[in-house]
Ligand binder design. Structure first.
Ligand SMILES: Nc1ncnc2c1ncn2[C@@H]1O[C@H](COP(=O)(O)OP(=O)(O)OP(=O)(O)O)[C@@H](O)[C@H]1O
Length: 723
């Protein structure tokens, strides 16, 4: 057989999975040779797991051999200008490898666009393939089709552009015999027209219609011949019998195994080229003449830069439309990307930073209880008298009532108890957050303490308010402590005023001036908001990106598109463009909610705030890419995302200040993607820091550094990944 008639040549191909000398080591192809002539149907047969899919994926350039050579249509797969991957090949992988959100028509058009087909041609081919393969209605979504229907659409997608080489991995599985017959007739017609077909199937019988059959077992071709010759040589009635005989022979003669493929009765002459073994024949693509495709998608003209540009443009268009369809028809994705930022921002601003309300404290007021009017005396102001004596000392009565009144003004409400034990028991059983006790002589003792200064211990004790708090709730107990201090402060002011004395006389002698930055009352929301906004946008982008990427990869869409000629960078560019648009919208909606909706003040430039938030979204997107290339499944990516989410949040300083961490931990925290940027954003918002100030510059630099590092790691992974 002449060299020029070979469409695919596999020479001493070796391929293994796992690592040598490790438990996962699995040799799949073992010095395998194979020749597929042009214009024939080549049936690749073999038991499950013998390596058919692996071989096909090497032929289409999706996996690399560990040693040996493959030539396809005159070039090595993946080499520049080889045409593989690209429109010269039509590839139907074993998995459906179509986007679930595609309609049947979208699926066909997607590949048509990748191959640069014109709309009229795509419509025509769609009609033709619909009839040929009995496709479901063009408007049905792929994810709603049965397995057999999906398989037919997948086959149609491989046939849409009439390629010169068709590689079909089990296209007829699950189809009814009539349809299988129709498909085989169609393939025969294609072969007559000059196309080459490599097909794997589990139905050995149907390969009778192939021109040549390769019987693959244990990583080697046991035989490669026409069905008739195989039957004749093995003196069998069926191909199954012939295959069985070959398998048994291989089993019996393990030592001859390596020479089996060169055994005259199993290796036909067609494997030789002008009488010479294939191994020394094909050294470059120049050994093959370029055959013009039978299609309208591959002509010599298209090798001109103009056509290369046109094809690249139409690939971009295809991937862009695919991504929009995928996104817009996926309610979960839409909700996640557009509504989640709103929900999360609203949840944060609605839930965080407000004072606790309805806090009840058990009060044991012995002073009031032992008065002639009992506890009701606190409800009657006229009974709470103040009298200033001649010596200008002051006689105060029922000060405990004044204190309780101030407390209620600070949103701490009283529940009366008779004894301290009862009140503390109520705290212990979780009914109240704290208990207070006023002694019977509270006012008199306090008055004495104010006037005399130096007093006995029992006066100090009687003039003190005893408090027992449930300290397990950090925020509430702190709030109550603060409120009690404030209540005391206003109560003493009021008492001093009533006695005609300066109201700050008994205040603590520390004066807090106007804050340099921020407000006198600490604003938890203002402190946390920058970090929260950044974490929301970072993790939403990371999760959306990793999910979309992993889905595409697991469904085989990425691989199939790559075989069709879409370059990884084209896929990435489209994703980056779309995702950046979404991040931009998310930034706008989050800022609108925070600044306009919840009135969070920002002293600095809102544009710089937005820019930092946007870049953090991009950083999250890169992190999502990183997860998608290093994680083999959604579960794995979910574990890594969740596992990294908490440390990043905990260490970024919004839950607890970095100043409270050990030096080593602080250094680790500072290297995380949003620790420094959170502070930068806070500085812009609260201090009005400009983009030229170091604290803001560091935030931008950290973000950019993370973007660059993650992209480099992604590049390294894609570049050096074995397959
Ligand atoms: N990514 C992988 N990592 C490790 N082992 C793999 C991988 N892919 C395939 N294998 C193993 O390699 C062997 C060949 O797999 P392959 O899918 O090529 O077989 P096949 O002949 O196509 O099988 P089937 O007819 O069932 O589809 C199998 O044992 C399979 O378990």
């Amino acid at each position: 057989m002449a060299v020029c008639s070979a469409a695919v040549i596999v020479e001493k191909a070796c391929k293994y999975y796992g690592r040598p000398n490790k438990a996962d080591f699995k040799p799949v192809l073992k010095e395998m040779d194979m020749v597929v002539d042009r214009g024939i149907i080549y049936g690749l047969l073999g038991p499950s797991g013998c390596g058919k899919t692996t071989l096909l994926s090497c032929i289409v350039g999706r996996r690399k051999l560990d040693s040996g050579n493959i030539w396809v249509l005159g070039g090595r797969p993946g080499e520049k200008g080889s045409g593989v991957p690209g429109p010269r090949v039509g590839y139907m992988p074993q998995d459906i490898a179509l986007v679930g959100e595609f309609t049947v028509r979208d699926a066909i058009y997607y590949f048509g666009r990748i191959y640069g087909m014109k709309m009229e041609k795509m419509v025509e081919r769609f009609e033709f393939l619909s009839n040929l393969l009995d496709l479901p209605s063009g408007n049905r979504l792929i994810k709603t089709l049965s397995g057999g229907q999906q398989r037919r659409v997948s086959l149609a997608a491989a046939l849409v552009h009439e390629p010169e080489l068709l590689i079909l991995d089990e296209p007829t599985v699950g189809l009814d015999p009539v349809l299988r017959e129709r498909i085989w007739d169609f393939l025969a017609e294609q072969a007559r027209g000059g196309a080459t077909v490599i097909i794997t199937t589990h139905y050995i019988d149907e390969t009778k219609q192939a021109h040549k059959i390769g019987l693959l077992r244990d990583g080697q071709l046991l035989a490669e011949d026409s069905p008739e010759d195989l039957l004749r040589k093995f003196d069998c009635d069926t191909l199954e019998e012939a295959f069985l005989k070959l398998a048994m022979r291989q089993h019996e003669m393990p030592r001859r195994r390596s020479t089996l493929t060169s055994s005259p009765d199993v290796i036909p002459d067609s494997n030789m080229c002008n009488g010479v073994g294939v191994d020394s024949r094909y050294h470059s693509r120049d050994d093959f003449p370029t055959i013009t495709s039978s299609t309208d998608v591959l002509t010599k003209k298209e090798k001109r830069p103009k056509d290369t540009k046109r094809l690249a443009k139409s690939r971009y268009k295809a991937v862009f439309i695919k991504s929009i369809q995928q996104f817009s028809r996926h309610p979960g994705g839409l909700i996640f990307s557009i509504l989640f930022p709103i929900i999360q921002v609203v949840a944060f601003f609605s839930a965080v930073g407000h004072d606790p309300r309805d806090l009840h404290i058990g009060v044991v007021n012995e002073e009031a209880a032992f008065s002639p009017y009992g506890l009701s005396i606190c409800n009657n102001h006229s009974l709470q008298t103040v009298s200033v004596r001649e010596d200008e000392t002051c006689d105060l009565y029922m000060l405990s009532c004044w204190f309780l009144e101030e407390m209620e003004g600070k949103q701490l409400y009283q529940t009366q108890f008779n004894t301290s034990e009862e009140a503390q028991q109520a705290v212990a059983t979780g009914k109240l957050y704290g208990a207070l006790h006023f002694s019977r002589n509270f006012s008199a003792a306090l008055g004495k303490r104010f006037t005399d200064g130096e007093v006995d211990d029992d006066v100090v004790e009687d003039s003190s308010v005893s408090v027992w708090l449930d300290m397990t709730n950090h925020q509430i107990s702190n709030f109550m402590k603060t409120q009690l201090h404030k209540a005391y402060e206003s109560f003493t002011r009021r008492a001093m005023k009533a006695c005609g004395r300066p109201d700050n006389l008994v205040q603590i002698p520390v004066h807090f001036g106007k804050p340099v930055y921020g407000y006198s009352e600490p604003q938890v929301v203002s402190f946390m908001a920058p970090g929260i906004l950044i974490t929301i946008i970072f993790f939403l982008s990371a999760v959306v990106t990793s999910t979309l990427m992993i889905t595409d990869r697991l469904e085989g869409v990425w691989e199939r598109s790559a075989v069709a000629g879409v370059l990884p960078r084209e896929m990435l560019n489209v994703h980056i463009t779309l995702q950046s648009t979404i991040i931009f919208l998310q930034t706008l909606e989050m800022m609108a909610l925070a600044f306009l909706g919840y009135g969070i003040p920002s002293v600095g430039s809102k544009f710089v705030c937005g820019l930092l938030l946007f870049l953090q979204g991009i950083c999250g997107m890169c992190y999502g890419f990183l997860l998608s290339v290093y994680c083999s499944s959604h579960t794995m990516s979910f574990f890594v995302a969740t596992g990294s989410f908490y440390p990043m949040i905990l260490l970024c300083g919004i839950l607890w200040p970095l100043e409270g961490m050990s030096n080593t931990l602080r250094i680790i925290a500072l290297t995380l993607p949003f620790t420094i940027p959170s502070k930068s954003l806070r500085d812009i918002m609260e201090k009005g820091a400009t983009i030229m100030e170091p604290s803001v510059i560091y935030g931008f630099l950290t973000t950019i550094a993370w973007i660059v590092i993650t992209l480099a790691l992604i590049y390294l992974r894609l570049r050096y990944k074995k397959t």
